[in-house]
Design a protein around this ligand. Structure first.
Ligand code: SAH
Ligand code: SF4
Length: 354
C-alpha cells in the first residue's frame, strides 16, 4: 500500500518533497527524507526553436559519487498538433563513433542511472505543465486540447541505449507503468545502432517499439558509417530483427536511414534496402542529414530523397521522410552534444578523496 502511495505522489502528482505526501506518516516521511532524494536535474538552459521544438540542457550530480563533477545532458521536446514527443538521452557522450553523428565526437563520460533517465521525463513534464496544477508554457507550440504535452517517448538522444541496458530497461518500465507515468509501450521507441545481443532481451523484457539505425545496405559502407557493424554485421542484425519478440505487421520495426549526399543515396541503394528487409515487418524512416561543425558530409538533394522514398514506397514500405526539427537550436537528430568531459581515473580518484 505504501509503495502505491509513493508511486502515485512521485509519478502521477510529480511531487519532489516527501513532506507533501500527506497520507504518509510523519515518521516515514522523515525516514524517506533522510535516505532518499526526489531532486530533479538543474535546468542549465532552455532553447525554443522557431518550429516550437525545445531543447534543454539538464545537469545531474552522480548520486553514487557526489564529489565528481556533475554531467550535462540534452533532452529535446518535439510538439506536433496531435502528439508531443520527448527525445531522451541514455548516456553522456557515446562509446561509438558513427561518422555522421555529432554525439559520436564526444567521448563517453558515463552511463546515466535509471533515475536520471526518468528524471529527464519528470523534469520535462514539470516544465511543460503536465502535472496536476501545472501551467503550460506560452512560448512555442504544444499539442492542442486536453492532451498531455508528452504523449510519446523516443530513446534517441545522446548515447547508445543498449550499452546502458539495465538502467534503460528499469527507466522504461517505470515510464510505461500504468499506475505511474503511464506512457504506452507502443508509444515508446528505442533506437539502437545495432547492439545485436540486446535486441532479443529488449523485446522480451522491455517490450517497447524498436528502431534500427541502418544507414547503409552493405557491410563495407556500414563498417565505415556505423562502426559497430564490424562487431555485428548486417546479416546478424537483420536476423535479430526478424526474430524480434512481438514483431508483427501491427508492430513494425522502424529502420532509420540518414540521407548522405553521394554516399548512400543511389537508386541501387534504395532497391537493395528493399531486398534486405524482405520478410521483416518494417517501416523506413528517411532522415535528411543534419549538419554540424566540422562534418565531412552533406545532406542529399531533395529530389534524390524523393526518388529514394518513391522506390521504397513502390515496394510496399511506408517511408516517411523525417522532417528536420529544431535545426536552428541544434536539437535535430545527431546534433546533440554537451561540454561534459571524461576525467582520467587519477582525476576521478582524487576528487573522490581516494
Ligand atoms: N545511439 C542510438 C540512438 C541515437 S538516435 C542510435 O544510434 O540509434 C538518433 C538517430 O539519428 C540515429 O538513427 C542516428 O543514426 C541518427 N543520426 C545521427 N547523426 C545524425 C545526423 N547528423 N543527421 C541525421 N541523423 C543522424
Ligand atoms: Fe552513438 Fe547513436 Fe551517435 Fe552512433 S549514432 S555515435 S551510436 S549516438
Amino acid at each position: 500500500m505504501r509503495t502505491r502511495q509513493l508511486w502515485n505522489w512521485i509519478y502521477v502528482n510529480g511531487i519532489t518533497d516527501f513532506d507533501r505526501m500527506t497520507n504518509v506518516s510523519k515518521s516515514a516521511r522523515e525516514m524517506f527524507t533522510t535516505y532518499f532524494s526526489l531532486k530533479r536535474p538543474e535546468v542549465i538552459s532552455e532553447q525554443v526553436s522557431s518550429d516550437g521544438t525545445r531543447k534543454w540542457l539538464f545537469r545531474f550530480v552522480d548520486p553514487e559519487n557526489p564529489k565528481l563533477p556533475p554531467v550535462d545532458v540534452e533532452t529535446v521536446y518535439i510538439p506536433e498538433p496531435s502528439r508531443g514527443t520527448l527525445c531522451v538521452s541514455s548516456q553522456v557522450g557515446c562509446t561509438l563513433t558513427c561518422t555522421f553523428c555529432h554525439t559520436g565526437t564526444q567521448r563517453l563520460v558515463r552511463n546515466l542511472t535509471a533515475g536520471e533517465v526518468v528524471g529527464q521525463i519528470l523534469m520535462a513534464r514539470e516544465l511543460l505543465g503536465d502535472f496536476p496544477g501545472g501551467t503550460r508554457p506560452t512560448n512555442g507550440l504544444v499539442p492542442s486540447g486536453e492532451m498531455r504535452a508528452i504523449t510519446n517517448i523516443v530513446m534517441m538522444g545522446m548515447g547508445e541505449p543498449l550499452y546502458n541496458y539495465d538502467n534503460v530497461k528499469k527507466a522504461l518500465l517505470i515510464a510505461s507503468d500504468g499506475d505511474g507515468l503511464s506512457v504506452s509501450k507502443r508509444r515508446i521507441t528505442l533506437s539502437t545502432s545495432g547492439v545485436v545481443d540486446k535486441i532479443g532481451p529488449t523485446g522480451d523484457e522491455i517490450g517497447v517499439m524498436l528502431a534500427i539505425s541502418l544507414h547503409a545496405v552493405n557491410d563495407e559502407l556500414r563498417n565505415e558509417l556505423v562502426p559497430i557493424n564490424k562487431k555485428w554485421p548486417l546479416k546478424d542484425l537483420l536476423e535479430a530483427c526478424r526474430n524480434y519478440p512481438g514483431v508483427s505487421n501491427a508492430r513494425r520495426i522502424t529502420f532509420e536511414y540518414v540521407m548522405l549526399k553521394g554516399i548512400n543515396d543511389s537508386d541501387a541503394d534504395a532497391r537493395e534496402l528493399v531486398r534486405l528487409l524482405v520478410n521483416i515487418p518494417a517501416k523506413i524512416n528517411l532522415i535528411p542529414f543534419n549538419p554540424w561543425p566540422g562534418t565531412p558530409y552533406e545532406c542529399s538533394d531533395w529530389e534524390t530523397i524523393e526518388r529514394f522514398s518513391d522506390i521504397v514506397n513502390k515496394a510496399g514500405y511506408a517511408s516517411p521522410v523525417r522532417t528536420p526539427r529544431g535545426r536552428d537550436i541544434f536539437a535535430a537528430c545527431g546534433q546533440l552534444k554537451s561540454e561534459s568531459e571524461r576525467l582520467t581515473k587519477k582525476q576521478r580518484d582524487e576528487l573522490r578523496g581516494k
